[in-house]
Design a protein around this ligand. Structure first.
Ligand code: SF4
Length: 1471
């Protein structure tokens, strides 16, 4: 058996017998062994109860009291702190139906403390006994409504365990008792009267022996002895004991094993009795000795003991497994002594006590008997040896690995100045106490006293007139610099060596030398866990805070946000931050390293600088050491964003300087913190300094939202009243991409126009119960993934399916019809055809099954129809009107036309809209919906945190809105001062990190509304902007980074800039809104957009400039690509022009597809910008403005024909383009490593995984790049693969840059070829379109695929692997050799066969794969590639040659022959 056998058996019984289980967690990093059993049972068992976890350090007794039920169980692995805390509440608990299961290893010292305070105390020494006693305890506690302590050993012994099945447990608990309840404490209770069952030789058992039924007291002495002795038992003891016997008999009938209060073995005429309390391996018999093993430690009726101890005995030795008992006699020893007082004086044996070891041998027993007779009765004896006697003080406690995230920062910041006053390394020498705050405080106090003495001694010596000048100067300097970490140390060292060699004699010198260790000024820290915060007083935390000493306390709070409710809600730990702030003179900071690294650094430095106590509360959510960092990150984000863990700093010293002491570093603040700020009247100061912050803190956003909702509800109510006479219609929709939603909204509008009282909602917003009350319902649903319902309908489908199974006709009142939307060609295999419109069809049949009446046949919208789903819709809608009797109503008023982006653009006043007004509105974190379309043109996307969207919805507050800002930076080139500014903007306005995007520019996330304008202004301050970084215009023009070709790079970079400037929108709205420049006089808008016009382009437009042989910009993925043609003389001759590339696709919509650009000719550098302009004009005038999904240039070209399009462009140019010239690409990955350009300048291309610039523990890239930027004199080039080139480094600057790159590990390129060639878009949590993880997941997937590559010798082979969170394709997945495109959380389309240098599209290989399928698919493929590839053959080419996938020759054929070729297609079909 494993160590868990007894423990899991007890946990199982605790779970199955209780209504509430309170599980006490051990100190981290250990995790509760009980918890895993509970979590398995939650899934496997039908029994439902509440499992609460009591964190280590909390007060478990009060949790039990607050959670009383028919039976409450408490489970813990015994720890003195837990047991001590239980004692506090035992008096109250003892009269409740509670079982306290305590697992012990080898020592009962702690648990025996509880014995006298509870009515029942059971001890189990084997797993089987633990199982049976757990049942007995549950029955006893439930029936007698009394607390039972059940202590059991969790050991590694192998043994068999027979468990009672779950279905028998509840009947057992509820069944009537086999014994009548004790009527009262009569004293004459049948079992105890012992009807002389007699003495069964040495095997006599006591109590319920299961042999003779209710035997009551057996014994050596029969009735004769009992008559005199029962009087010795107190009434209460008798009553309790009878209760035990009754429950034990009931348990016996269930388990078919006897349960006895104690067992005896040995001779009935023995001289010695050894009473054993604890677990031992000794089972042999010894002449003249009777062994009594106790399993019921309370109550122990004296009569029972007397019965068990033969009258012949002259010596009784009570052995207990107590290694750390502090008083002379143990309670059980005293009970034995007291019981024996009932014997005649001359019959009374000597009673001795001793400590029982687990390993006892026969010689041990023999030696003991001999030894006992020769020693004084008061000497404590020992029997056997214990595997682990007293806990040795030699082990250094384990520090959980996640905590290194903070401890590393401390060592990094303070180096040798760091002194951790309660460091675990002190434990071996000082004992466990060394980690407690009291100890640390005492230590610091002592050290500070010593330092004060040192200062006094130095000052005394300074008074000495004969002191030599140099020493005087050193001492003087030290006094001045004594608080400076570095100076005080170096001056101290000089003073010590000067004093050691001085001839001067002065009493202060000896004192100074004896205090030499105090010369350096240290940064003193106490590090502890949140367990301290459960009891500020006894943990010593209060004393540290109140001490006034210059001490820093770092408290790690590890409770994950998502587990915050698993603890007893009434026993929350104290808010140490608030507590300390209330103290007045304590610096307090609340930080979270995985949310804002910069804020952690700032807080720790400020805490160190603060002259007084500082408390830094650090959030580090993890439940076990195995939790991956990604989870810690997610939990942190949730906690910070939801306001559960606000980031702030409170510096009382600022108040004295007239500054605001409170800085809120995150956007949400807790209510109690807000209340504190209000109470302290700091708010008025806040109002004075930053009115907008104050108003946001005071006026709760939530309140405003509620108010707005109330108004809206009132409005809806009024509308309802107005249309009461019309038949009601509820339109319910489920939609992922928005098409079904659009259709449902249009249907609702048309219904209103026909006088129907119409409401519209998503499927998931209704319950079956509320649906049952509706009269007419029209459903509209699209089809997701593998025929699944869309996301916002899944909950509803689940309950619908469950209800359909039950067969109840709960929807009889409902009249319904369904319109389903899907694509009949989406699934290439005939056997998958049933997925077509499956959700709609399922819905239709399930509703019917539930009794609803179909009023019109299901409508089927097929993307393959001539007019898409509209074809089927046109047939279906009239059926609905007919069924509702409104088909003859003439709709006179035009139905409200849906507002499209085209309307918004045209009505925006050249991109103004109401953005400026929206920015002023502090009641919401969002902008108006139409404005959010316009801000894209300004480089700004409104987003909300997807991780906490549901959470916030449940809280009734609006989503956590923030904005993404994208910089326009043509060619991806920036100066060091611009880099520094970006770094600062990320810290001050964004999420603390920033990203290099696939458009080779900077992107900031998490910018909240009030920070938008300052952030944009800061960007403009360094001569960059965000205008046209997104939106339906030409976006950032990108160009190859080509480190070695210096001159050429200058030319293509200048070309990119020129094209970008030439095509920039001319509106002055950007300057007006963001830069406060009133360029347009008065209110009359005089803006003009000569190129774009007021409608701008139908869709976005992207331009790239590539320099062969590198295609690092993926030129064919752009609407317009310029491929540089260089003459033999190395001069730029011009560009081949490629048009019509584009990535975006919509899942399941075959009208959408990716396309690679088509080359239409050659132009000179001078012609380039005009060619771009004309290509744009033709698209502007011919692009599809009615359907944004079909609006990109690629579709326009395919619709018009390439030749026609080209001719249109040439017509506008007034000349014909020259024929394209030859060129060769050979790669699209970046050229990593060092390069020297033709001009002798150096460049280093570094690998930044997915472009994320951030500091992580052990990888301070953001800091490192900031340091590089501070000294770098050249440029930075951002690449479209999201990496970074530190460029144009001079010889002179080279060593310094190299050393910084090395210091911050930025020069690390020791990655696999796969990783170096990988790329992922942002996706979750910020991208509103993400369907699956991308940036956060691809590195994890690569870890796994990399291993396959390594195993097949492909570590250094580049395989271009890309991932995006949705089919929009920001990371250009459709030209990757392998790609994964998100469909739903954890599910991706898998694509294969892209060209290695971006020349060929890939194709869908598998529609829906999750990680196991990805790995299972790739493993054999990679192996085959390693074995069978041709010389130089690339993975993408190989997958086509090997037949895994067919080649995509052009975008329009992208869907042809999807899903593999030949046998591979068959394999997929068979799967
Ligand atoms: S590909 Fe999709 S998920 Fe990824 S960033 Fe672009 S829009 Fe968002």
């Amino acid at each position: 058996m494993s160590v868990e056998l007894a423990l899991s058996a007890v946990a199982r019984i605790a779970y199955l017998t209780s209504d509430v289980v309170v599980d006490s967690h051990p100190a981290l990093p250990s995790i509760s062994a009980f918890a895993s059993v509970y979590s398995n049972l939650t899934k496997a068992s039908r029994h439902r109860n509440t499992v609460l976890s009591a964190p280590f350090g909390s007060d478990p007794g009060s949790s039990i009291l607050r959670n009383q039920s028919a039976l409450t169980s408490f489970t813990t692995e015994s720890h003195s702190q837990v047991v001590t805390r239980l004692v506090l509440h035992l008096a109250e608990i003892s009269v409740l139906p509670v079982v306290l299961h305590l697992a012990v290893k080898d020592d009962l010292s702690d648990v025996l403390l509880l014995r006298s305070a509870v009515p029942y105390f059971l001890l189990s020494t084997t797993a089987q006994q633990a199982h049976d006693n757990a049942l007995l305890a549950a029955r006893l506690a439930r029936q007698k409504r009394k607390a039972v302590v059940h202590v059991f050993y969790s050991s590694k012994d192998a043994e068999l365990l027979e468990e009672i099945p779950e279905d028998k447990i509840l009947p057992f608990l509820l069944a009537a008792s086999h014994l009548a309840s004790p009527s009262s404490s009569s004293g004459h209770v049948t079992p105890l009267n012992g009807h002389a069952n007699g003495h069964n030789g040495v095997n006599g058992t006591n109590g319920v022996n299961g042999v003779n039924g209710v035997n009551g007291a057996n014994g050596h002495t029969n009735g004769k002895a009992l008559n005199g002795l029962v009087a010795a038992d107190e009434d209460t003891t008798v009553a309790l004991f009878k209760g035990y016997e009754s429950a034990a008999l009931d348990t016996l009938t269930l388990v078919k094993r006897s349960l006895r209060p104690f067992t005896t073995r040995g001779a009935s005429d023995a001289q010695t009795t050894i009473i054993l309390v604890g677990k031992t391996n000794f089972t042999a018999e010894v002449d003249n000795v009777t062994f009594i093993s106790l399993s019921l430690l309370n109550p122990i009726p004296p009569s029972r003991l007397l019965n068990a101890i033969p009258e012949t005995v002259t010596r009784v030795i009570v052995f207990e497994q107590v290694q750390r008992w502090t008083t002379k006699w143990t309670p059980i020893y005293l009970e034995v002594v007291s019981a024996l007082q009932h014997r005649h004086a001359e019959q009374r044996p000597i009673v001795q006590s001793g400590i029982l070891g687990e390993h006892v041998s026969l010689p041990d027993v023999l030696k003991l008997i001999q030894h006992a007779s020769t020693t004084s009765p008061s000497t404590r004896l020992t029997l056997g040896s214990s595997p682990s006697p007293a806990a040795p003080l030699t082990n250094t406690p384990h520090v959980p690995k996640h905590e290194a995230a903070y401890t590393k920062i401390l060592s990094h910041l303070f180096n040798e100045r760091l002194d951790i006053a309660n460091s675990p390394s002190l434990v071996p020498s000082q004992g466990d106490i060394a980690t407690s705050p009291e100890f640390a405080l005492g230590r610091v106090r002592g050290q500070l006293d010593q330092r004060a003495q040192l200062v006094a001694a130095v000052q005394e010596l300074l008074q000495e007139p004969s002191l030599d000048k140099e020493l005087h100067s050193l001492l003087g300097k030290w006094v001045l610099a004594k608080d400076d970490g570095a100076k005080s140390r170096s001056l101290g060292a000089s003073i010590i060596s000067a004093l050691e060699s001085t001839k001067l004699t002065h009493p202060a010198i000896a004192r100074i030398l004896s205090l030499r260790s105090q010369f350096p000024a240290l940064s003193r820290w106490i590090i502890g866990s949140d367990a301290w915060s459960y009891d500020l007083g006894s943990s010593g935390l209060h004393h540290a805070i109140a001490s006034g000493l210059n001490i820093n306390i770092l408290i790690l709070d590890t409770l994950p946000y998502s587990a915050r409710n698993s603890g007893d809600p009434h026993r929350r730990k104290r808010d140490v931050g608030l507590y300390a702030m209330n103290h007045g003179d304590t610096f307090v900071a609340s930080v979270a390293v995985f949310s804002s690294y910069a804020q952690v650094l700032q807080s720790l430095l400020e805490a160190d600088r603060y002259n007084g106590p500082s408390v830094v509360l650090a959030y580090l959510p993890y439940q076990s050491e195995d939790v991956p960092a990604l989870n810690v990150l997610k939990e942190t984000k949730l906690a910070v964003d939801a306001g559960y863990w606000p980031l702030y700093r409170w510096d009382p010293s600022k108040e004295k300087r007239g500054e605001e002491p409170f800085s809120l570093d995150s956007d949400a603040v807790k209510n109690d913190l807000k209340a504190f700020l209000d109470r302290q009247n700091h708010l008025s100061q806040l109002v004075r300094s930053t009115p907008q912050i104050a108003s946001e803190i005071v006026s709760s956003l939530g309140e405003n939202v509620k108010e707005a909702r109330k108004n809206r509800a009132q409005q809806s109510y009024n509308d309802l009243l107005n249309s009461l006479d019309a038949p009601p219609l509820l339109v319910l929709y489920a939609s992922d991409g928005g098409a079904a939603e659009k259709k449902a909204k249009r249907l609702a509008n048309r219904a209103k126009a026909r006088g129907l009282s119409t409401t519209i909602a998503t499927l998931d917003s209704v319950t079956l119960e509320s649906l049952a009350e509706e009269e007419h319902v029209a459903f509209v649903t699209s089809t997701a993934g593998q025929g699944e319902p869309p996301q916002n309908g899944r909950k509803f489908f689940k309950s619908l399916n469950a209800a359909a199974l039950s067969g109840e006709q709960i929807l009889k009142k409902v009249h319904y019809t369904v319109f389903a939307m899907g694509d009949s060609h989406y699934w290439p295999r005939p056997e998958d055809a049933h997925y077509y419109n499956k959700p709609g069809k399922d819905l239709d049949s399930r509703l019917e099954k539930l009794g609803a009446q179909r009023v019109a046949d299901i409508g089927l919208g097929d993307d393959q129809d001539a007019d898409g789903s509209e074809t089927g819709y046109k047939v279906w809608e009239p059926l609905l009107w007919k069924a509702l009797g409104v088909d003859s109503i003439e709709v006179t008023e035009a139905e409200p036309e849906p507002i499209t982006n085209e309307h918004i653009k045209a009505a925006s006043g050249y991109l103004r809209g109401t953005i400026a007004e929206g920015l002023q509105d502090t009641t919401t974190g969002a902008l108006a919906v139409s404005d959010t379309q316009l801000t894209k043109f300004h480089g700004i996307y409104q987003q909300d945190d997807r991780d906490i969207r549901e959470e916030r919805e449940a809280q009734g507050v609006e989503p956590a809105y923030s904005f993404m800002i994208r910089v326009r930076m043509p060619g991806g080139v920036c100066k060091p001062d611009q880099w520094l500014q970006m770094d600062q903007i990320a810290d001050e306005h964004g999420s603390g990190t920033f990203k290099i995007t696939t458009r080779a520019t900077f992107q900031f996330h998490g910018v909240i509304k009030r920070h938008l304008k300052p952030a944009i202004q800061d960007i403009n301050r360094v001569l960059l902007d965000t205008l046209a970084a997104c939106g339906d215009v030409n976006r950032n023009v990108i160009c190859s980074s080509i480190p070695t070709m210096s001159k050429l790079h200058r030319q293509v970079f200048e070309f990119s800039k020129e094209v970008s400037e030439f095509l920039i929108p001319r509106t002055s709205a950007y300057h007006e809104i963001w830069l406060d420049k009133k360029l347009v006089a008065g209110d009359a808008l005089k803006d003009k957009e000569p190129l774009y016009g007021e409608f701008y382009l139908p869709r976005k437009f992207k331009i790239a400039v590539a320099v062969p042989p590198t295609n690092d910009v993926d030129v064919f993925a752009n609407d317009l690509g310029f491929i540089a043609i260089v003459g033999k003389d190395g001069e730029l001759q011009g560009f081949n022009v490629a048009i019509g590339g584009g990535m975006g696709v919509t899942h399941g919509n075959k009208k959408t597809y990716p396309r690679t650009g088509s080359i239409i000719g050659f132009c000179t550098p001078e012609q380039g910008k005009h060619v771009a302009e004309k290509v744009i004009i033709v698209q502007r005038d011919n692009g599809n403005r009615a359907d944004r999904k079909n609006a990109r240039l690629k579709y326009t070209i395919d619709r018009m024909g390439l030749d026609v399009y080209k001719a249109e462009v040439e017509k506008l140019l007034g000349y014909v383009l020259e024929p394209a010239r030859p060129y060769t690409f050979d790669r699209n990955v970046d050229d990593f490593g060092w390069h020297t350009g033709e001009d002798g300048k150096h460049h280093f291309m570094m690998f930044i995984e997915n472009g994320r610039i951030q500091d992580e523990p052990g990888r301070d890239y953001k800091t490192g790049l900031r340091e590089v930027a501070k000294v770098h004199k050249g440029n930075f080039r951002l690449t479209a693969n999201q990496h970074l080139l530190v460029s144009d480094i001079t010889d002179e600057n080279l060593p310094q840059i190299k050393s910084l790159l090395s210091k911050y590990k930025l020069d690390n390129l020791a990655y696999s070829g796969l990783r170096l060639s990988s790329s992922a878009c942002v996706a979750f949590p910020t991208c509103g379109l993400a369907m699956a993880e991308s940036e956060r997941y691809l590195p994890v997937l690569i870890d796994k695929v990399e291993k396959m590559c390594e195993a097949n010798g492909l570590r250094n082979d580049a395989i271009v692997m890309r991932m995006t969170g949705c089919p929009n394709g920001c990371a250009r997945p459709y030209v990757a050799e392998v790609a994964f495109v998100g469909k739903a959380p954890g599910t991706y389309s898998m694509l294969l066969g892209g060209g290695y240098y971006g020349q060929r599209l890939n194709k869908i290989y598998r529609e829906s794969v999750s990680e196991p399928e990805i790995l299972a698919t790739l493993a054999p493929m990679i192996k085959r590639y390693a074995l069978e590839r041709l010389d130089g053959e690339r993975f993408g080419d190989f997958t086509i040659r090997a037949g895994y996938i067919s080649q995509t020759t052009e975008g329009k054929e992208w869907y042809d022959r999807m899903g593999g070729e030949g046998q591979y297609r068959e394999i997929a079909a068979a799967a």
